[in-house]
Write a protein that binds this ligand. Structure first.
Ligand code: THU
Length: 143
């Protein structure tokens, strides 16, 4: 059953994201990010950023969570909420690459909750974060 995104549920996801951020491997930037994805079947999957000395190979927390989720139980589930936080007290909206990757698995009305850098949270519909995202050109997607 599709879970309700009550304030309590979002708080639970934020706690889970913060716990994941503690596992971040970020020796180069020092920016420790955690993400929690809530799926339409009520399941939740977390991830943290994993950096690499070659820098460009770094994977963000959101994509780490996403590939973990797909690996664990196929791609049928839809994401209804994405929660992102960090241990640095900074704002952490998802980067463009993460928006594009998440776009393939979000429900139409998915909402992204991210730290606003002032101790609060910003909630933005995914559709507003990725207008005109690249999509399925083979099936006549139109803009
Ligand atoms: N990072 C994320 O984990 N998520 C984002 O959406 C943006 C950036 C990470 C990547 C890198 O390890 C660190 O933040 C600094 O860019």
């Amino acid at each position: 059953m599709r879970p309700e995104t009550t304030p309590e549920k979002i708080q639970e996801l934020q706690n889970a994201a913060a716990a994941a951020a503690k596992n971040a491997y970020a020796p180069y930037s020092g920016f420790r990010v955690g993400a929690a994805l809530l799926f339409d079947d009520g399941s939740m999957v977390t991830g943290c950023n994993v950096e690499n000395i070659s820098y460009g190979l770094t994977i963000c927390a959101e994509r780490a969570a996403l590939v973990r989720a797909i690996s664990e139980s196929a791609a049928q589930r839809r994401i209804v909420a994405v929660v992102i936080t960090n241990l640095n007290g900074a704002a952490s909206p998802p980067c463009g690459a993460c928006r594009q990757m998440l776009g393939e698995f979000v429900a139409e009305d998915a909402v992204v909750y991210f730290a606003n850098g002032q101790g609060g949270t910003r909630a933005v519909p995914f559709a507003e974060l990725l207008p005109y995202g690249f999509s399925d050109w083979k099936n006549n997607a139109s803009c």
